[in-house]
Ligand binder design. Structure first.
Ligand code: SAM
Length: 345
C-alpha cells in the first residue's frame, strides 16, 4: 500500500538498523500482549516510536483496505463525503490509509495523546505523503454538525470501551470503524459496544449480516477476521528477524452507520464466513453467521469449484461474504449447499 523505503527514511530515528528495530519490536510486542500495564512505555521514546512505525504502521494499514474490500460502492462513496477522524492514530496509521482509500473525503485528522506519535505522524506527512488535507492534533475537534467517520484503530483496546462510547455520543458520526486486536477479550468489549450502538440507532454493516443479538455473546467463542498479506521484501525480512508473523493478521473489525445511512445487505441466503471448520476430502465445512444472526455450518462440496480455486479456498480468510443455495438440511445446524459464491480478492 505504501512505499516502504520512504517510511524507513521518515522514521523519527532513521538510523536504526534491522536488528535494532527487530529487538525494539520484540519488546513492544511483549508489552502489547502480556504486560499491558506497561503499555505507555511503548510510546516513551523516539526509537520505540520508530520501531512501531517500521512494523505495525504499514501492516495495520492493510486492515482498513481489507474492510473496504468488503464494503459496497455506495458505502465507500458515502464515507468519502465525510470528515475522517482517526482516534488513537499513532503514527497516522488509519489517516494515511484512509487518505489512499477515500481520497475524496473532506479531511483527515489524526488524534493521539502521545506527543511523540504525533511528531512521527507529522514527519511522515511532511516528508512522504505531503497531503494538505491531513492534520494531527492532541485534542478532539469542537463538536459541530459536520458529517464524520470516526475510526478507532487499536485504541478502544487502550482507552477502554466506555471512553470510546462517550466520544461517539458527543460527535454522533455517520460512520464508525473499529479495527482492534483479534482476541477474545477485545471481542467481548466490542460486543458490549455493539449492544450500546444498536440502542442509539446505529446499524452494524460489517461483519454481521443482521441487526439481532450476536449468537456468540454468551459463548466461550469469538468472531474475528484473519487478514492475509503479501509484504514488501524488507518488511517481510524485518518480521522474520523479529520472529513475528504478519502474513496472517487476526483483527476484530466492525463497521456501523447511523440509521438513515443504512445500506443494509440483509438477505436470507447471504452469510459471513466465521471460520473454516474442517477441510475433508469431498467438502469444506464453513462456519458462517447468517442474516438472522445465527451460526450455522455449510457443507460446501469441492466439486463446485475448479482445481485452482480449491488451492485458494484451502487458506480462506474469515470475514468474507458468501451467497449460497441450500440443497439439503443435515444434522446439527449443518446445511449442504448446491451453489455458492464467494469473492476471494
Ligand atoms: C496501539 S497504538 C495504535 C496506533 C494506530 N491506530 C495503529 O493501529 O497502528 C494505540 C494508540 O492509541 C493512543 N491512545 C490511547 N489512549 C488514548 C486516548 N484516550 N486518547 C488519544 N489517544 C489514545 C496511544 O497513544 C497510541 O498511539
Amino acid at each position: 500500500m505504501f512505499d516502504y523505503d520512504a517510511i524507513l527514511n521518515s522514521l523519527l530515528n532513521p538510523n536504526l538498523n534491522k536488528q535494532q528495530l527487530a529487538k525494539l519490536i520484540g519488546t513492544q510486542s511483549t508489552q502489547f500482549t502480556s504486560e499491558r500495564t506497561k503499555l505507555k512505555n511503548n510510546y516513551s521514546d523516539e526509537d520505540l516510536i520508530s520501531a512501531y512505525t517500521s512494523f505495525y504502521f504499514p501492516t495495520n494499514a492493510l486492515k482498513l483496505e481489507f474492510l473496504t474490500q468488503n464494503l459496497s460502492d455506495e458505502q465507500i462513496s458515502a464515507i468519502s463525503k465525510t470528515h475522517i477522524l482517526d482516534i488513537g492514530t499513532g503514527p497516522g496509521t488509519y489517516v494515511f490509509s484512509a487518505s489512499e482509500l477515500f481520497p475524496d473525503a473532506l479531511s483527515f485528522t489524526g488524534i493521539d495523546e502521545s506527543k511523540l506519535m504525533l511528531k512521527q505522524a507529522n514527519k511522515l506527512n511532511d516528508e512522504y505523503f505531503k497531503n494538505s488535507k491531513i492534520g494531527f492534533s492532541e485534542s478532539l475537534p469542537l463538536v459541530d454538525d459536520a458529517p464524520r467517520t470516526i475510526i478507532f484503530g487499536n485504541s478502544i483496546n487502550e482507552m477502554g470501551m466506555p471512553a470510546a462510547f462517550k466520544i461517539i455520543k458527543r460527535y454522533k458520526p455517520k460512520f464508525i470503524i473499529c479495527i482492534e486486536p483479534g482476541t477474545k477479550e477485545v471481542f467481548k468489549d466490542l460486543l458490549a459496544l455493539r449492544k450500546k450502538l444498536l440502542l442509539i440507532d446505529y446499524k452494524i454493516q460489517y461483519p454481521c449480516m443482521g441487526q439481532g443479538s450476536c449468537p456468540l455473546q454468551n459463548m466461550d467463542d469469538w468472531c474475528h477476521q484473519s487478514i492475509k498479506t503479501t509484504l514488501d521484501y524488507e518488511l517481510e525480512s524485518l518480521s522474520q528477524v523479529a520472529k513475528l508473523d504478519r502474513k496472517v493478521m487476526p483483527a476484530t473489525i466492525h463497521f456501523y452507520s447511523f440509521d438513515e445511512e443504512a445500506t443494509s445487505t440483509e438477505s436470507s441466503d447471504k452469510a459471513r464466513l466465521v471460520r473454516l471448520k474442517r477441510n475433508v476430502k469431498h467438502a469444506y465445512l464453513w462456519e458462517v453467521c447468517t442474516s438472522e444472526n445465527k451460526v450455522i455450518t455449510l457443507e460446501v462440496p469441492k466439486k463446485l469449484f475448479k482445481k485452482k480455486m480449491l488451492k485458494q479456498l484451502d487458506g480462506i480468510s474469515s470475514g468474507l461474504e458468501v451467497s449460497y443455495t441450500v440443497a439439503k438440511e443435515l444434522e446439527n445446524d449443518t446445511f449442504r449447499v448446491k451453489d455458492i459464491e464467494i469473492e476471494i480478492d
